[in-house]
Design a protein around this ligand. Structure first.
Ligand SMILES: Cc1cc2nc3c(=O)[nH]c(=O)nc-3n(C[C@H](O)[C@H](O)[C@H](O)COP(=O)(O)O)c2cc1C
Length: 349
């Protein structure tokens, strides 16, 4: 899929703050999100853009508390911050501490905000980063690269744990495989997953085409039906075990608390980490399954010594290139503040 982006020369350098912030949303929508659900709504105000959770796109079975949904919106926020740094739009972030509110964060135009050189340098990687679910080359992550990723997490006050040795990878692989078997045994889990898996030539602008899982056209047609109908947990567990045990690095991002703001911050850290990894020629894919089951999350927390594990990633140099997934354009996920208010009154909120 070709990602459609406006020409950089179209940036309204002499425009009002709202016009400049609006332009950045074109890059915000490129962010990764669970099942490519793109669960965000951007609301344009005079001097800020509000990033709202679009809970109509929630995944109630795999993510009942909208934790991953909020992390996904945090990723979109970081993508906008990187674009802001590149176009020299001075911005300040407000993260809403009110748990349960749809408003997750505001990105304010603020003349006094300092330039963000480190973020600006990541701009070229926004359209290049892609989740790569193919195997990675053993030993392809250096200590220097891991140190750069740990530094990113430290700036966001989230913890990064990284594992390369056989014993640790084996212990994590066990937990991932156990979670696969448990999740796939649930018909509602399989139904939810299948509803976001699409045919390779689908025109849908969200969800995951079969090619993201290495499927050819026929397999991509059959997979949603097969997943809805059969418990394929053992096969999934065997594949994920193999990937995890041979991952050059398995990484866990964790936080000390588990509120909305922690999820949004995790998303910002995750997005920046993925962009730095892309700069380093590394790819990532997600093995979050044990974090998505309460009992296994608690067990993992104890095992790795972080209070709240949020994301489990595998990192390395990929053996094959991965293709981009589709996106809904900025125009479809952005509304003016007035329009949004009218909609809420109409809905009786
Ligand atoms: C919070 C979050 C959780 C995710 N969880 C998983 C996961 O458990 N398994 C997986 O294969 N991909 C996972 N992904 C990756 C998404 O499926 C991927 O970002 C999305 O399909 C868009 O594709 P892209 O990353 O290539 O742009 C996750 C992404 C985010 C942001």
């Amino acid at each position: 899929m070709k990602l459609k982006l406006p020409a950089e020369s179209d940036f309204p350098a002499d425009g009002r703050p709202v016009e400049q912030l609006d332009f950045l949303i074109n890059w915000g929508v490129l962010a990764p999100s669970s099942h490519n659900s793109q669960p965000w709504l951007f609301i344009r105000h005079d001097n800020h853009v509000a990033i709202h959770a679009d809970r109509t796109r929630a995944l109630p079975v795999v993510d009942p508390h909208d934790r991953e949904l909020s992390i996904s919106c945090g990723c979109a926020l970081m993508y906008m911050r990187v674009a802001a740094a590149h176009f020299n739009v001075p911005v300040k972030v407000y993260r809403n501490p009110e748990d349960g509110s749809d408003l997750l964060a505001n990105l304010y135009f603020d003349e006094d905000a300092p330039p963000q050189q480190a973020l600006s340098e990541l701009f070229e990687y926004l359209p290049r980063r892609v989740t790569n679910r193919f195997p990675y080359v053993e030993g392809s992550v250096s200590d220097e690269q891991m140190a750069a990723l740990a530094e990113v997490c430290a700036t966001h006050r989230v913890t990064l744990r990284a594992y390369h040795d056989d014993t640790s990878r084996h212990a994590l692989a066990d937990r991932i495989a156990e979670a696969d078997v448990q999740q796939m045994a649930s018909k509602t889990y399989r139904r939810e997953l299948a509803s976001w898996l699409h045919h390779n030539r689908s025109r849908s602008r969200d969800g995951m085409p079969g090619f993201t899982q290495g499927m050819n056209e026929f397999a991509s047609l059959a997979a949603p039906i097969a997943i809805r109908t059969f418990d394929v947990g053992e096969g999934q567990a065997a594949r994920d075990r193999e990937l995890a045990e041979h991952s050059p690095a398995l990484c866990i991002i964790g936080t000390n608390k588990d509120h909305h703001t922690d999820w949004v911050r995790t998303g910002e850290a995750l997005a920046q980490l993925l962009l730095v990894a892309t700069r380093e020629g590394l790819s990532a894919s997600f093995l979050n399954q044990p974090i998505e089951i309460d009992r296994l999350r608690a067990d993992l927390a104890k095992h790795v010594g972080v209070r709240f594990p949020q994301i489990l990633l595998r990192l390395g140099k990929p053996t094959r290139e991965a293709r981009h997934t589709p996106r809904r354009p900025a125009s479809e996920v952005t509304v003016d503040a007035g329009e949004h208010e009218e909609y809420q009154v109409f809905q009786g909120f």
